[in-house]
Design a binder for this molecule. Structure first.
Ligand code: NAI
Length: 327
């Protein structure tokens, strides 16, 4: 199949070429797929896109007119595609629903430990020959209460890791997992906010979870709580988060996602003046650590993403049952 892969990075090229046992004819475009670059997709049976390629109705109409039959998302979420328009114009959409929950759960644990034991500050100090311990004081994770919101694949993995630390686990999820039930207790949001020392978000972004963390929920939390978000940026009202940090209500914050990340993440902006003042304010806090949507970024996950995407397209080409359609 002729496949145009957009928003391509060197690592995408490496893993897609490595996993291409199907002999798909892949062209890698480093640019995002947008109105200006749409003409590049002409004549390709499939386009492959990532989280920040936004594809609206007009673009879908043009893709269909130019011969594209399939959109392959190389990620789990599909909120960036007008799916109703795809149905209208007969374009089939597939995705990679799961590639490595361990990758994201382990990165969440890395953020937690880095914040608690001030690893970045310690690293820089030691490089400068400063071995003072002032300002590096952490707390034992053992014995603390961890609140996990969303106990799907990633939340359950994170619960398992935290169980190994000897913590008390509280969960909120409309669907209870038996594995989590055996490690902790399901409760309501208010109790989780009130009793948790560390709160970690692992639920999807939906209208009902938009700004789940806001001024009102922060006010219910324990003083000096740690908040971790490796899920989706808009689960948190960033302005409320900043207020909570300025008032010292929040002890620390670890983020892998940010509500306005589409303008920044996955690009090298080090030579430009970043215009997002809210993001820049967040980076000034000593008790905030931000990574640029890298929680998924392990070799295992990249192999799985490439393999599943290419398998999806092979199934579609040869009219076999494709298990990963967006329907
Ligand atoms: P999943 O679908 O397995 O689990 C999500 C869980 O959230 C489900 O159990 C669901 O019942 C629960 N949920 C839904 N609404 C809820 C609510 N209002 N309150 C509490 N729980 C609720 O998804 P998975 O694979 O565990 O992924 C979780 C999230 O992680 C994804 O939605 C995605 O946003 C994010 N993610 C981030 C990555 C990164 O690189 N930072 C990579 C992959 C996923």
């Amino acid at each position: 199949m002729k496949l145009a892969l957009f928003s391509s990075k060197p690592y995408d090229e490496k893993y897609f070429n490595r996993e291409n046992k199907f002999n798909h004819e892949i062209t890698f475009f480093s640019t995002r797929l947008n109105e200006q670059t749409l003409s590049l997709a002409k004549g390709y049976t499939a386009v492959c896109v990532f989280v920040n390629d936004k594809i609206d109705r007009a673009m879908i109409a043009t893709l269909a007119k130019n011969g594209t039959q399939f959109i392959a998302l190389r990620c789990a979420g599909f909120n960036n595609i007008d799916f109703e328009a795809c149905k209208e114009f007969g374009i089939i959409v597939c995705r990679v629903p799961a590639y490595s929950p361990y990758a994201v759960a382990e990165h969440t644990a890395a953020l937690m430990l880095t914040l608690n034991r001030r690893i970045t500050r310690a690293y820089n100090r030691v490089k400068e020959g400063n071995f003072s311990l002032d300002g590096l004081l952490g707390f034992d994770i053992h014995g603390k209460t961890i609140g996990i919101i969303g106990t799907g694949q990633i939340g359950e993995c994170f619960a398992n890791i935290m169980n190994g630390f000897g913590t008390r686990l509280l969960f909120v999820d409309p669907f209870e997992s038996s594995k989590c039930q055996s490690m902790g207790e399901y409760t309501d949001l208010d109790t989780l906010f009130k009793e948790s020392d560390i709160i970690s978000l692992h639920c999807p972004l939906r209208p009902e979870t938009h700004h789940l963390i806001n001024d009102a929920s922060i006010a219910k939390m324990k003083n000096k709580v740690m908040i971790l978000n490796t899920s989706r940026g808009a689960l948190i009202d960033t302005h409320a988060l900043i207020r909570g940090l300025k008032q010292s209500q929040l002890g620390s914050v670890g983020l892998d996602v940010y509500e306005e990340e589409a303008e920044l993440f996955f690009e090298d902006c080090s030579d430009t003046i970043i215009q997002d003042d809210t993001f820049m304010r967040l980076t000034t806090f000593p008790n905030v650590i931000i990574t640029g949507h890298q929680a998924f970024f392990t070799s295992t996950a990249l192999s799985n993403i490439a393999e599943t995407t290419l398998q999806n397209l092979d199934d579609l080409e040869f009219e076999r049952l494709c298990l990963n359609l967006v329907e």
